[in-house]
Design a protein around this ligand. Structure first.
Ligand SMILES: Cc1ncc(C[n+]2csc(CCOP(=O)(O)OP(=O)(O)O)c2C)c(N)n1
Ligand code: SF4
Length: 290
């Protein structure tokens, strides 16, 4: 661990509003560890989120933060990265926020490939609004609202991302801080859009996908010698979600054509605020409209 930067540097004095035992606490811990081990400074970070229990996380990390509308973390993160490519930008939220209300942005941000990290606290439920089904809830799951069981098949974020040739696709488990920290570090260092889906027990509203339920099923893809550059194998692994649930890095796309969005629009070299005044002079543009 770095001598200069300690995890406490990322603490804030905000009172944490999560239920005792919530998987979010370990995600917060792993993220602080990842920033510490990567020797990030608070001013180098921007954490963007929408609405939800998970979306509160940026308030609990000493960094630049943007807390916006439900489902809108990704467009904000993409815009911020374009304006200042020197920032480490993270978009964070729950499975409802990122895959439901923000589902359209999820798909098209993968296609754009900005150099940002997306973290989804996937508790397979709407936590903040007290336990309705979310896009990733298991088929047949009984909730307060879905009294006869969920009738929709679950959204599979990893299969969608791999199918779209996403630059980096991974899954962690909030019950394994060590592995989660390592995945988060790799995702942040990866140049391009990096998805980290995290199995996150909601101890209050999801009585099906508990710590025990996950612990009995999760395994590490590294232990099987999985090759993350093999898209078809990664896709096959992404379909596995039952008695066995893979975690780790599913897919890493290293194809040359895959420039980042910032490279494609020509702003990846320097923060726009640091560019010379000349490049920001819009007089000629304004004259075109007179
Ligand atoms: C446009 C819009 N729709 C619905 C809501 C109500 N709402 C707030 S949070 C939330 C779901 C949160 O669930 P999730 O994103 O999975 O996060 P969690 O609370 O489980 O961490 C909903 C439906 C809203 N605020 N805005
Ligand atoms: S409702 Fe669920 S997700 Fe929200 S803080 Fe409580 S345990 Fe965590």
């Amino acid at each position: 661990m770095s001598k200069h930067i300690q995890p406490q540097l990322f603490d804030t004095n905000q009172e944490i509003e999560w239920c005792p035992g919530c998987g979010n606490f370990n995600i917060l811990k792993a993220l602080k560890r990842a920033f510490t081990e990567l020797e990030k400074k608070p001013e180098e970070l921007l954490l963007c989120s929408g609405i939800g229990q998970a979306a509160k996380l940026p308030h609990y990390i000493n960094s630049n933060i943007y807390n916006g509308l439900h489902g809108r973390a990704l467009p904000i993160a993409t815009a911020a990265k374009i304006v200042n490519s020197e920032l480490t930008v993270i978009a964070i939220g729950g499975d409802g926020d990122m895959y439901g209300e923000g589902g359209n942005h999820f798909i098209h941000t993968i296609r754009r490939n900005p150099n940002i990290t997306m973290i989804a606290h996937d508790n397979q439920i709407y936590g903040l609004t007290k336990g309705q089904a979310s896009p990733t809830s298991n088929f047949g799951m009984i909730t307060k609202l879905q009294k006869h069981g969920v009738i929709n098949r679950p959204f599979n974020p990893l299969s969608v991302a791999i199918g779209l040739n996403c630059s980096f696709v991974s899954r962690g488990f909030a019950g394994n801080i060590e592995q989660l920290t390592s995945i988060l570090k790799k995702a942040i260092l990866h140049k391009g859009f990096a998805l980290v889906d995290i199995l996150q027990p909601c101890v209050t509203f999801n009585k099906l996908n508990t710590y025990k339920w996950y612990q009995e099923r999760v395994y590490n893809l590294d232990d099987e010698g999985h090759d993350p550059h093999d898209q078809q194998e990664a896709f096959r692994k992404s379909l596995e979600f039952g008695d066995k649930i893979p975690t780790g890095i599913f897919y890493e796309n290293k194809e040359n054509y895959l420039n980042t969005y910032e490279q494609n629009v020509g702003v990846d070299d320097q923060a726009l605020t640091k560019k010379s005044d000349d490049s920001r002079d819009i007089t000629a543009l304004m004259l075109e409209f007179t």
